[in-house]
Design a protein around this ligand. Structure first.
Ligand code: TXA
Ligand code: MG
Length: 344
């Protein structure tokens, strides 16, 4: 690590990437959610390199990525029947499940917990890398801790160049938000993080899920997240009131000589005038918004604005749960317009 350059690999160079993983190195790779920063999950020295490269707190455990049920049995024990139901329905896919861990998984990978987070990603490159390496791969999102998760290889290079051994160029990720994290060591199962797989799908498959308030049980939820460099203000509520408030905030910023950039719905975009504008997508197309969200947070950095304002008008259902969760985490300030809803 250190000053060494990061090797940029093409999708047809997965063999090289696998060799790096097998020899204890770090490789960033695409998944269907976001890019991950991988290392051999069973090698504590390799996993330590991930924490070092990201500047990640040691008590924030990593997801172990697998490409087969055999690998699942290497890392987890006492797997409940519900887990198999979920795996049959959603793997490979954007669902991470928390299970009891086996002792071969080092403490550093699980942040000292006696549980392990496991996921089989739905991405050709990720699966080929895991299979080629022959070991489960621990991988958090491949961003500097606290920054927006990377949905393009360019984002990874921006954050990680010189800090990791290699990155596989795999284009833009399909879903754009991280996996849904579900704890299966409790009854009923608990949603620890809303994500790419919608809660509605999970409930449809296993029935009851405990949606716990801003989870204390997922250590990652305690830290600052997804933050652009500009101060981000999230304005939530009914769209007309939100639009009015956003215009007011832009005016306020200007009065103080500050530049303002916005992240807005397609529906509101034409009504807003400011220094930098990013269209997240339509309020009626939550998939589009999810896939563009993290690029939007990084856009505010590129635009170099002083203040960022996000329009929090996406309905909290399906992908909207993950979208609003990430926006709230990214925001430094929060304005609620719900009270004004209905007042013209
Ligand atoms: O889509 C994703 O999940 C991406 C890609 C690369 O797979 N990965 C990802 O990892 O988002 P990361 O490290 O950024 O988020 C993992 C989340 C954190 O909130 C962490 O605290 C939680 O999963 N987690 C990991 N192991 C856990 C465990 N044993 N118990 C509870 N939460 C756990
Ligand atoms: Mg992350």
């Amino acid at each position: 690590m250190g000053a060494k350059r990061t090797l940029v690999l093409k999708p047809n160079e997965i063999r090289k990437a696998s060799l790096i993983i097998r020899s204890g190195g770090t490789v960033a790779f695409p998944t269907e959610t976001v890019y991950g920063l991988g290392a051999n999950a069973l090698d504590s020295e390799a996993v330590a390199k991930i924490f070092h490269a990201k500047g990640r707190p040691a008590d924030n455990p990593l997801i172990v990525h697998i490409s087969s049920r055999e690998m699942l049995n290497m890392v987890a024990r006492d797997i409940p029947v519900l887990a198999f139901k979920l795996m049959d329905a959603f793997w490979p896919g954007a669902l991470t499940i928390i299970l009891k861990r086996k002792d071969v998984v080092p403490d550093i990978t699980t942040g000292g917990l006696d549980t392990v987070a496991v996921r089989m990603p739905a991405h050709e490159i990720a699966l080929a890398l895991i299979t080629g390496s022959g070991v489960p791969i621990a991988a958090p999102s491949a961003n500097i801790s606290g920054r927006p998760s990377p949905t393009k290889a360019e984002h990874v290079i921006k954050d990680m160049d010189g800090r990791i051994d290699a990155v596989i160029m795999g284009g833009e990720t399909r879903l754009g938000v991280e996996s849904t994290v579900l704890d299966l060591t409790v009854t009923p199962p608990a949603l620890l993080r809303p994500g790419g797989l919608c809660l509605e799908e999970i409930i449809g498959t296993i029935g009851e899920v405990n949606v716990i308030e801003e989870s204390v049980r997922s250590p990652g939820m305690r830290y600052t997240h997804y933050s652009p460099k500009a101060k981000l203000i999230l304005v939530e509520g009914e769209r007309k009131s939100v639009l009015f408030e956003i215009k007011r905030l832009i005016g306020e910023s200007r009065k103080h000589g500050l530049t303002a950039g916005v992240l807005v719905s397609r529906e509101s975009a034409l009504d807003i005038e400011c220094d930098a504008k990013y269209i997240l997508g339509s309020v009626n197309d939550l998939k589009e918004v999810a896939s563009r969200l993290f690029s939007g947070l990084r856009f505010l950095d590129e635009a170099g604005v002083d203040v960022g304002i996000a329009e929090g008008v996406f309905p909290e259902k399906r992908e909207g749960r993950a979208i609003m969760n990430r926006l709230r985490k990214a925001a430094k300030e929060w304005v609620s317009c719900y009270k004004e809803a209905g007042i013209k």
